[in-house]
Design a protein around this ligand. Structure first.
Ligand SMILES: NC(=O)c1ccc[n+]([C@@H]2O[C@H](COP(=O)([O-])OP(=O)(O)OC[C@H]3O[C@@H](n4cnc5c(N)ncnc54)[C@H](OP(=O)(O)O)[C@@H]3O)[C@@H](O)[C@H]2O)c1
Length: 262
């Protein structure tokens, strides 16, 4: 049986690591053609090679910084040289910077989080939407977070950013109703990627502690959820999906085994 994603054009932002890289491999296995973006091009090159080996008929990549309109526009121009339609747009680029309470918050951290998680989603969607409208069944899937649903100490700006992403998703769903373009958000909880390493600015010991004693989600778990959502027939829209590991009942309620035994 041919996959519903066979030869579809899937654009993934933040494809150089974590969920984005896993999604590239998972959509490749489903036979999709890929347009991959992120800032680290050498990483993108490796991911696109893996995607080709996994079965993608075209795994193409280009530098992209979603925090800059000129970079998003250049990326969109490059996309238009490859295809006149995008079937699935995955707005995944983003992440957290710091875990400081508001009283000690850093402008550069707040700005980076709002630039990538909020403005990045808006910029990329605006630039790519003309390649999606006119193609009923195309799908915008944003990556949110449980942080967009529940606040936690030290997470003010990140929670605000992901709550913003959720509301952008909902507004777009309303704006595009009647066009056949689907819009949804996949909101993961605790997942072991480079997320915590980035949040703690390369402090790997502190990053490791985030997952200590628990069994977090793997990037592949989220990638599979994305492939599943994108494989539904055109009349089905998965609006909002929360995916958490079994050990996480709430943002701050995580079962951890003692002695680091998992
Ligand atoms: N891991 C979790 O626990 C978790 C839970 C819920 C939601 N999320 C969200 O899931 C998404 C992916 O995160 P991840 O867990 O896979 O972390 P990750 O491994 O750190 O991946 C983040 C990706 O985003 C890209 N990125 C960041 N800023 C960017 C920018 N300005 N322009 C272009 N690309 C940018 C990075 O690429 P470059 O650095 O190469 O640009 C990288 O490919 C993020 O939106 C994150 O907020 C993560």
């Amino acid at each position: 049986m041919t996959s519903p994603l066979s030869n579809k054009w899937v654009l993934i932002t933040g494809a150089s690591s974590g969920f984005g890289a896993a999604a590239a491999r998972a959509f490749a296995r489903a036979g999709a053609r890929l347009l991959l973006g992120a800032r680290r091009e050498e990483r993108l090159e490796a991911v696109s090679e893996e995607a080709r080996l996994a079965g993608s008929p075209a795994a193409l990549f280009h530098a992209l910084d979603v925090a800059r309109t000129d970079s998003v526009e250049a990326f969109a121009s490059w996309v238009r040289t490859k295809t006149d339609r995008v079937d699935v747009l995955i707005n995944n680029a983003g992440g957290a910077h710091g875990l400081d309470p508001v009283a000690n918050g850093k402008d550069e951290d707040w700005e980076a989080m709002l630039q990538s998680n909020v403005l990045g989603v808006l910029r990329v969607t605006r630039a790519i939407l003309p390649l999606m409208t006119g193609h009923p069944g195309s799908y915008i899937l944003n990556i949110g977070s449980v942080a967009g649903h529940t606040a936690y100490e030290g997470g003010a700006a990140y929670c605000a950013a992901k709550a913003g992403e959720l509301q952008i998703t909902r507004a777009l769903r309303l704006e595009l109703c009647g066009t056949g373009v689907r819009v949804g958000t996949v909101d993961p909880g605790l997942a072991e990627t480079e997320f915590s390493l980035v949040r703690f600015k390369g402090d790997s010991a502190r990053a490791k502690k985030v997952y200590e004693g628990a069994v977090p989600l793997r990037a592949d778990d989220v990638a599979e959820a994305l492939v599943w959502a994108a494989s539904r027939p055109p009349h089905v829209c998965i609006d909002e999906m929360i995916v958490k590991c079994t050990d996480q009942a709430e943002v701050y309620k995580i079962h951890r085994r003692t002695g680091n035994k998992v």
